[in-house]
Write a protein that binds this ligand. Sequence first.
Ligand code: DX5
Ligand code: ZN
Length: 293
Amino acid sequence: MFHLAPSILAANWCHLGDDVKKTVDAGTDYIHFDVIDGIFAPQISFGMPVLASLRKECDAVMDVHLMIEQPERYIPTFASLGADIIPVHYEACNHLDRIINQIKECGAKACVALNPATPVSVLEWILPKLDMVLIMTVNPGYGGQKLIPYCIEKVRRLNEMKKAMGLSFDIQVDGGITLANAGDAIEAGANVLVAGSSVFGKDIEASTKGFMELFKQYDVSVVSAEIWSDILLDGHRHIPTQSVSEDAKMRSVAMYAPSKTFSLAGLVGSYHIIYNKALRDRHDKESSLSHYD
Ligand code: DX5
Ligand code: ZN
């Protein structure tokens, strides 16, 4: 399941409520709320009163990204004001395990964010406790920066760890995400995409819908069972195996399907990679589906 998490850091706060409503009405179900303290990251953004106001107006999942030192000081307050997910920075926590416990005890989902230069391996022992990992794709502090390409490789590495460990946490990317590069992040394994300037800096409704359309290309849950069986029975014969990575083959989560099949589903284009949890589950359940062997 993919989610767009529009970052209100890029919104026009003179009409914040209206702008948030526009993106929610256009299909998004998360709102990304960047709290910056001017110490951990170089800018002072907004905090509790804004969250309290917004929470009253908006039912979306509130994803409260704490770019602050010693986040444990404020986690209970943000949770009580309606934060549903709280990403804290690995680099800002002295006792990360304790802070993860604290977030959960407050009733929120726990997420750890990593700055671009921090390797994903630092999370090895904590991954089973996490609901989400946030890979920063820019240095934290400002909206409107360009995505740092090697961060996509970190997403891929994290996704490999996730599969190897049999975990199901979400992978979020944040910073410089546009409609043009969102597919790269998704193909690397991300399923929650933060976008500030690409949503609030443009026509909010059109941009949100653009992301929703993109998600459909990757989310086979939108493909009907009938069409999906076409893919299973026919598409697999057309898989250009040389183009499918070993990793993808092993995990059976990626396959190429012929464009005609996608056209049936209203999705045009040539070959698309499908990340398909449903397929994986079905494959596990029906091991007799020999065409995956
Ligand atoms: C950066 C913030 C991001 C930022 C993203 O420190 O964490 O959430 O708002 O904005 P864009 O999408 O414009 O890079
Ligand atoms: Zn953020």
